[in-house]
Ligand binder design. Structure first.
Ligand SMILES: N[C@@H](CCC(=O)N[C@@H](CS)C(=O)NCC(=O)O)C(=O)O
Length: 235
C-alpha cells in the first residue's frame, strides 16, 4: 500500500470543511509526492455517540473560544463567508445527504464526488445556511451543483434524472455510512475531522483536526513549509 491520507468527514462538521478545503488546495502536490487522498463521509453524531464525546460547542466556555478559532481557521484556507447555522444542533443529523454522497462516490468519478461534497459543504455553511435534512432542499442543492462549486455558470454535475436516481438510491448506502462511522471509531475517532495516515514505510497513525497538517506531512516525509518566525521585513 502506498502513502495515503484517509479522511473521515461529516458535512455538519465545520472543521471537516476546513480540512476538505485545505486538502483540495494541496491535492495535486500531494499526488506528485506519491500521496493519495481518500474522503470518507461519516456521521459525527454517531462518532460522538460511540466514543462517548460531545460536540465542543455544547460547552459554553469552549463555544466562546470557538468563535475566534473557527473564524481564524476559515480565513487560513480562504473561506471568508462561512458561519454556523443558528440552529446547528437541529440540522446536524446529516444522514440523508451523507448517504447521497456515498452513492455518488460509488457511482461517479472522484472529481464529481468531490465537487458534490464541496457543494453540500458550501450550502450548509454559507448564509443563508441550507438545512439539508428536508428532501426538497437536498434535491435543490444537488440540482444546482456544478463542476466548479459556487460558480453557477460552470457545467452542472447532474441531470434531473441523475438527481432523481441519487435521491431514490441513497437509502442503499445506509450500511456503508454505518460501517464508515464505526471504522473511524475503530481507528480511534472521537470527533471530526479524523485523519488516518499511512506513510511510504507502511506505518499508520491517527490525526485529529484541520490544524495538524504539519504533523501529517512530517509523518509522511513530504517536503512542506513549517511555521517559522521570520526577521522583520525591511522597508
Ligand atoms: N483543533 C481542531 C478542532 C476540531 C474540532 O473541534 N472538531 C469538532 C467537530 S467540527 C469535534 O468533533 N470536536 C471533538 C472534540 O473537540 O473533542 C481543528 O482546528 O480542526
Amino acid at each position: 500500500m502506498g502513502a495515503k491520507i484517509e479522511c473521515y468527514l461529516d458535512l455538519a462538521s465545520y472543521y471537516s470543511y476546513i480540512t476538505f478545503t485545505d486538502l483540495a488546495q494541496n491535492r495535486e502536490k500531494l499526488a506528485a509526492n506519491g500521496v493519495d487522498i481518500e474522503i470518507n463521509p461519516v456521521l459525527l453524531g454517531g462518532i460522538n455517540h460511540l466514543s462517548g464525546n460531545k460536540p465542543p460547542w455544547t460547552n459554553e466556555v469552549k463555544a466562546k473560544y470557538l468563535k475566534y478559532d473557527s473564524r481564524r481557521s476559515a480565513d487560513r484556507v480562504g473561506l471568508f463567508n462561512i458561519q454556523g447555522p443558528p440552529d446547528l444542533m437541529a440540522v446536524s443529523h446529516t444522514v440523508s445527504p451523507l448517504r447521497a454522497l456515498l452513492y455518488i462516490k460509488a457511482n461517479y468519478p472522484e472529481a464529481t464526488f468531490l465537487a458534490a461534497f464541496e457543494s453540500l459543504f458550501m450550502a450548509f455553511w454559507t448564509p443563508p445556511n441550507v438545512n439539508l435534512i428536508p428532501e426538497e432542499n437536498l434535491r435543490a442543492v444537488l440540482q444546482g451543483a456544478t463542476e466548479k462549486p459556487g460558480k453557477s455558470d460552470s457545467k452542472k454535475l447532474f441531470t434531473e434524472d441523475e438527481v432523481d436516481k441519487i435521491m431514490q438510491s441513497r437509502g442503499q448506502m445506509k450500511d456503508v455510512l454505518l460501517a464508515n462511522t464505526k471504522k473511524a471509531v475503530d481507528l480511534g475517532a472521537f470527533g471530526a475531522p479524523w485523519i488516518w495516515v499511512t506513510n511510504a514505510k507502511g506505518e499508520q497513525e491517527p490525526f485529529f483536526g484541520s490544524d495538524r497538517f504539519h504533523h501529517i506531512y512530517k509523518f509522511l516525509d513530504v517536503p512542506f513549509q513549517d511555521i517559522a518566525v521570520l526577521a522583520p521585513s525591511k522597508l
